[in-house]
Design a protein. Structure first.
Ligand code: GLU
Length: 493
């Protein structure tokens, strides 16, 4: 048997470090067995999936050196590798399941589903809806079918008993069937849900081992059942421990930068980030902290993964990155790294229009444009003294901007201007007054190049990190304030 693993990201946002972590372990597992590693794009959520996000995922994984053998960009014998391009495959399989009695058309309206759930809640039962709960009287089912009501296809699931799933790291996982609902497989628009598309594609693409985050454990019983219904051999499952913040909560962008773009823009080296991700729950046989991807592949052993939640600690990664710069990069390599990072025509080219109108000698360029080549600016509370806003308003303004920016799908100046204008209106401030604290937060000074252009050029991750940094410098948002802010922000949206 040839081992085949895959990473199956949904392109619905920034390229997440969690995706890179899971990709890395899948890649190492495949290589260690002389197998193949596949990249599949799971874009069945047509509303949230974007081509920009997909491109960023591909770019970041290649930047990290994680190469795939088959994928939407390189092709392969099992394509297409983008679920949105796999046409009617899923519908056909859903029909098969209906014919074999393992799935059914469900004509329930959303109001009826709410009522059914309410009734279960009131009776103190699990909220999982079972085929028997969903069934309509035969004439009613026939009427809705005849009248062409919208329907979804759901899978049959046992009402009672225990489902036993094998996990490569966790051994046997037991889940009560009572907790598992009659999962939707095909939505009313004919698109498959994650569960159906994932199982069908893993099978058709010959995937033998599925290494994925532990948040998918609850899906495993449904998937196992689908494999049984189809009469297919299920890949071995392995649920990896979730990455955590240093306070042990689940890694989230509220507390830590989670986008690979951030690490790239902040000047981390890809080999250091990949090495650090390899330390997440895993260690080399000799426990050394610094190792290359090749070394990791050579020594990989999935059984060395420990399940205690691995902590993604920015300070440790920064330390490791420093070790790489000092130990691995000679002058020529460091120069190359700097050029790849920011000292290149493409990036400097974007900055020239910003500096040209503002300098008289070339020696003025570096001091003026320093914020384009730095991480978090060195600022202190007193830098905001000139801003005529109460502390509460100031914090709120910065926080609202971070939240609005988190939602911007395509990062360009016009989009940012729209957000800034909307918020300035909300705060009843002129643009200039609104931008004054933003200016300090982003450029680190009170006079520099245009802050709107700076944010557009610096990108979403660095901009948001600088705004968050300013909030911290100003003493941070208290829990109480956060509650107030969240409410006001929701009303605004
Ligand atoms: N599309 C899922 C994700 O975004 C894939 C989960 C899996 O690996 O099965 O993570």
């Amino acid at each position: 048997m040839t081992v085949r693993t895959r990473i199956a990201p949904s392109p619905t946002g920034d390229p997440h470090v969690g995706t890179a972590y899971i990709a890395l372990f899948n890649l190492c597992f495949a290589r260690q067995h002389g197998g193949q590693f596949i990249l599949r794009i799971e874009d069945t959520d047509r509303v949230r999936s974007t081509p920009e996000s997909e491109q960023m995922i591909l770019d970041s994984l290649s930047w990290l050196g994680l190469e795939w053998d088959e994928g939407p960009d390189v092709g392969g014998p099992h394509g297409p590798y983008r679920q949105s391009e796999r046409g009617d495959i899923y519908g056909e399989y859903a029909r098969q399941l209906i014919e074999s009695g393992h799935a059914f058309k469900c004509y329930r309206t959303s109001e009826e589903l709410d009522e059914l759930r309410e009734a279960r809640k009131a009776a103190g039962m699990h909220l999982a809806l079972k085929p028997a709960d969903l069934a309509l009287p035969a004439e009613e089912q026939a009427r809705r079918e005849q009248e062409g009501w919208p329907y979804v296809v759901r899978m049959s699931v046992p009402a009672t008993g225990t489902c036993v799933v094998e996990d490569m790291l966790r051994g046997v996982i037991e889940v009560e069937w009572a907790q598992v609902d009659a999962q939707i497989l095909l939505k009313s628009d004919g698109m498959p849900t994650y569960h159906l598309a994932n199982v069908v594609d893993d099978h058709l693409m010959g995937i033998t081992h599925v290494l994925r985050g532990e948040e998918w454990i609850n899906s495993a019983p449904k998937h196992q059942l689908l494999y049984e219904y189809f009469g297919w051999q299920m890949p071995m499952l392995c649920h990896m421990p979730l990455l955590r913040n240093p306070d042990k909560s689940k890694l989230s962008k509220r507390k830590n930068p989670t986008s690979i773009n951030y690490y790239r823009r902040m000047g981390f080296l890809p080999q250091a980030v990949t090495n650090y991700l390899g330390r997440m729950g895993w260690s080399m046989p000799d426990e050394r902290e610094k190792f290359s991807l090749d070394e990791m592949m050579a020594h990989f052993d999935i059984q060395r993964v420990s399940l205690g939640g691995p902590v993604f600690d920015l300070d440790k990664l920064t330390w490791l990155n420093g070790v790489y710069i000092r130990e691995d990069l000679d002058d020529a390599a460091l120069l190359k790294a700097l050029m790849e990072w920011a000292f290149n025509e493409e990036y400097v080219g974007q900055i020239l229009p910003q500096v040209r109108p503002r300098v008289e000698t070339l020696s003025q360029v570096a001091p003026l444009a320093g914020h384009f080549f730095s991480g978090l600016p060195v600022i202190e509370e007193a830098d905001f003294d000139a801003v005529k806003l109460s502390r509460e308003e100031l914090l709120k303004l910065l926080q609202f901007l971070v939240w609005r920016f988190e939602l911007v799908p395509a990062w360009h100046k016009e989009a940012l201007l729209g957000e800034v204008k909307a918020l300035a209106g909300h705060f009843d401030l002129k643009m200039k007054a609104f931008l004054a604290p933003v200016f300090i937060a982003v450029t680190g000074s009170s006079s520099s190049t245009s802050v709107m252009d700076a944010m557009a050029i610096l990108g979403s991750d660095v901009t948001r990190a600088r705004l968050r940094h300013a909030i911290e410098v100003l003493g941070g948002v208290s829990k109480k304030q956060a509650k107030r802010f969240e409410k006001e922000f929701r009303d605004l949206a």
